[in-house]
Ligand binder design. Structure first.
Ligand SMILES: NC(=O)c1ccc[n+]([C@@H]2O[C@H](COP(=O)([O-])OP(=O)(O)OC[C@H]3O[C@@H](n4cnc5c(N)ncnc54)[C@H](O)[C@@H]3O)[C@@H](O)[C@H]2O)c1
Length: 256
């Protein structure tokens, strides 16, 4: 079988760890050039750095996805080296210590989550679409944006008010940009992961895992590769007439 992204130029934010890392590796394995932007080089879960794994197939740019100047530098670095931008993956996201219930959430917690999850998605998409509009299309498509949302952009996770609001915003942002730029040949979609095992295993709270197992009809929780496969589909020519969707990769969580 031939590679599905041969020669395509891709950028992945938050690609040092977890889902972004799996997406970057899968894209490179499918023949893409992959430029990864992240605030850190060392994977949260441990193991080899993404730049090492990519080798000649891509490079790393230190990037805070919530800052325009950084995002601009990241995309410019891809275009300078490879001549265009075919696929932008806005994956960088945070929850962690800022993710709490309504009454506990401070203005700082709210802003910390919105800055990366929602503003970061806006900035990455804005920079990417601006680039795509001034390049020649490949076939009928000028470029593709793939945004990592969450099942929690559609239902309320108990006690995670800012995270849920940020991902809900992301889901509607996908609709909006797909509507505004479809005529110009840009396809914009999201992948909504359910519970995927990422991060430092020692840091996973057992009650959260139990809750996720209870909510997930399939017999296991997700793996980063599950999300990478869906992102690959949306980044590839197989998705030539798909735009504005939020593709669940959740083992049936949302069917529950
Ligand atoms: N793992 C899940 O179960 C799950 C479920 C639904 C949605 N998601 C979403 O998937 C995405 C990736 O999650 P993950 O589980 O791989 O997380 P992770 O914490 O394992 O990895 C996130 C990566 O993003 C980077 N990052 C954080 N802030 C950044 C910033 N400002 N700029 C650039 N990079 C930044 C981190 O350094 C890290 O390398 C997030 O948007 C998250 O909300 C994850």
């Amino acid at each position: 079988m031939s590679a599905r992204l041969t020669g395509r130029v891709t950028v992945v934010t938050g690609g040092a760890s977890g889902l972004g890392r799996a997406i970057a590796v899968r894209f490179a394995d499918e023949g893409a050039h992959v430029v990864v932007g992240d605030v850190r080089r060392d994977p949260v879960e441990g193991g080899a750095e993404i730049a090492e794994i990519l080798g000649e197939r891509g490079h790393f740019v230190e990037t805070d996805a919530s800052r325009w100047d950084d995002v601009d530098r990241l995309v410019t670095s891809a275009v300078d080296r490879y001549g265009r931008l075919d696929v932008m993956v806005c994956n960088a996201g945070v929850a962690g210590r800022w993710s709490k219930g309504l009454l506990e959430t401070t203005e700082e917690d709210w802003d910390a989550i919105m800055a990366v999850n929602l503003r970061g998605t806006f900035l990455g998409t804005k920079r990417a679409v601006g680039e795509m509009l001034v390049q020649e299309p490949i076939g009928e498509v000028r470029g593709r944006v793939v945004i990592i949302s969450s099942q929690h952009g559609m239902v309320g996770p108990p006690g995670h008010v800012a995270y849920a609001a940020s991902k809900g915003g992301v889901v509607n942002f996908v609709h909006q940009v797909a509507v505004d730029f479809g005529r110009l040949g840009v396809l914009v979609n999201a992948v909504a992961p359910g519970k995927i095992l990422t991060g430092n295993p020692a840091g996973m709270r057992s009650e959260l895992l139990e809750y996720s197992h209870a909510r997930t009809p399939f017999h296991r929780l997700g793996r980063p590769e599950d999300v990478a496969g869906a992102a690959l589909f949306l980044a590839s020519d197989d998705a030539g007439y798909v735009s504005g969707i939020n593709l669940l990769v959740d083992g049936g969580w949302m069917a529950y």
